[in-house]
Structures are given as structure tokens and as C-alpha cells.
Design a protein around this ligand. Sequence first.
Ligand code: ADP
Ligand code: MG
Length: 244
Amino acid sequence: MDHVTKRFGNHTVLDDISLTVHRGEVIVVIGPSGCGKSTLLRCINALEKIQGGEIKLGNEKIEYGSKRLPSLRQKIGMVFQNYELFPHLTVLGNIQLAPVKVQKRNLAEVQAEAIGWLDRVGLEGRENSYPRELSGGQKQRVAIVRALCMHPEILLFDEVTAALDPEMVREVLDVMLALAAQGRTMLIVTHEMRFARAAADRILFLDGGKIMEDSDPETFFTHPQTERARRFLSTFQFDNIKKL
Ligand code: ADP
Ligand code: MG
């Protein structure tokens, strides 16, 4: 992202943001509610039009409404808080839809890959279930598998555990930790601070439309540079964060 500005009317949500995400990097974005975290991810996927600057994936410009956008978007996996699974399709139906219809890949090959991933995220035997038959944590793991089966170059996660009951948060975070350990390129918005510290290569603290801090997790959590970050962190419970 190079000098990206995003406004809604007169409200500047992203104010001249520049950010480079390197291949294999895991970046966790944190910041107070309304500071623009979701907007940042949505701009990367060109779900939002930007008013200034540019966003590139590799050497290709990501432009709202451009002809190249549909094929570029296939390289950007996005997982949302509310899963966005199709209720009338099975787990497998949801996962295989885009790889087969959009990427024109072989059905049997996509299904084999999907079932392999479902096994690895603890959903063996659930391929023919419907979303309504799954818990929130299971649905979110299906949504992650669906994103992975597109073979994206970067994965964007927007508060994917925020709607889950506490006992289901862990199973989803564990999948994300495993993906991080595999060297996937990930940009993660979360309020799970222990997870952030364990998974991130870099922490970005966003506030007032700016990246206020961009540092390694150890530095961020032990010596935040700004008063705003210190105040933000003080609202979280860190009982045993040292153990991570
Ligand atoms: P966060 O994800 O950090 O909580 P958001 O990116 O959702 O924040 O929102 C950032 C700001 O932009 C908020 O003030 C929000 O009200 C505003 N905003 C988000 N989407 C829209 C929209 N479609 N139209 C107008 N304002 C919006
Ligand atoms: Mg948000």
C-alpha cells in the first residue's frame, strides 16, 4: 500500500497509509473499534474504492472496478467474522464452488484437496454437512478451508473469532497458528492479544487513520512507543501472556 487514503464522505478513515507486506510475513493489525481495520482489509481486496495512493499485489495494481480485479481477487483469500457460507450448500459445496466455477479446476482434485484440509482442521467426515448443522467454530474452519482451496497468495482475516463462543475461539486460532507456522502470508485483524503475540512477525497498531506503531510483537507488548497504544493495551487482561 503506497500512500493510501480512504474517505467516507468527509471522514478520513485511512490517512496516507503506506505498508509493505513481504511474502511469508504474518502481520497482526490491532486498534480500537472504528479505527479502520476492516476498511484496510476491504481496500486491499478492492471491496472499497480508495481516494488516493495505490495498492499492489506483486507488480499488479489492485483497482476498484478494473477488468483485472476478478482474477487478482482470486489471489487474495478473505475470511470474515460471519463466515459468509452459503446456507443451501454443503461444506464441500461451499468449498468447491469458486475453485471449480471460477478457476475451472478439476472437481475431483478440488474435492480431494478440500477433504485433506477438512481432516487437518478437525472436520473429518463433515464434508456433506450443511452450515446449520455446524457450530460457529466449525463454520469458521470451513470458511478458512474454502479460502485455502483457492490457493491465495495472501490471506486476510477480519476478526474471525469475534462472533464465537469462548470455547470455540481456540480451535480457530490453532488453525491460524498452524498456517502462520507454514509460512503463509497473512494479514490478521484480531483482539486476541495472546494469539497476536504468538503468531505475528509484526504488529501494526492503527489509530486515527494512521499506523501509529509497526513493530515486532515483543517490542509492541512490552515497550509500546505511543501513549495511545499503552492506553489501548491497558484495557486488555494479560494474566499469563508471558507464558506464550
Ligand atoms: P474497525 O474495523 O477498525 O472497527 P471500520 O473499518 O469498520 O473500523 O470503520 C472505520 C470507520 O469508517 C468507522 O468510523 C466507520 O463508521 C466508518 N465506515 C466504515 N464503513 C463505512 C461505510 N460503508 N460508510 C460510511 N462509513 C463507514
Ligand atoms: Mg472491523
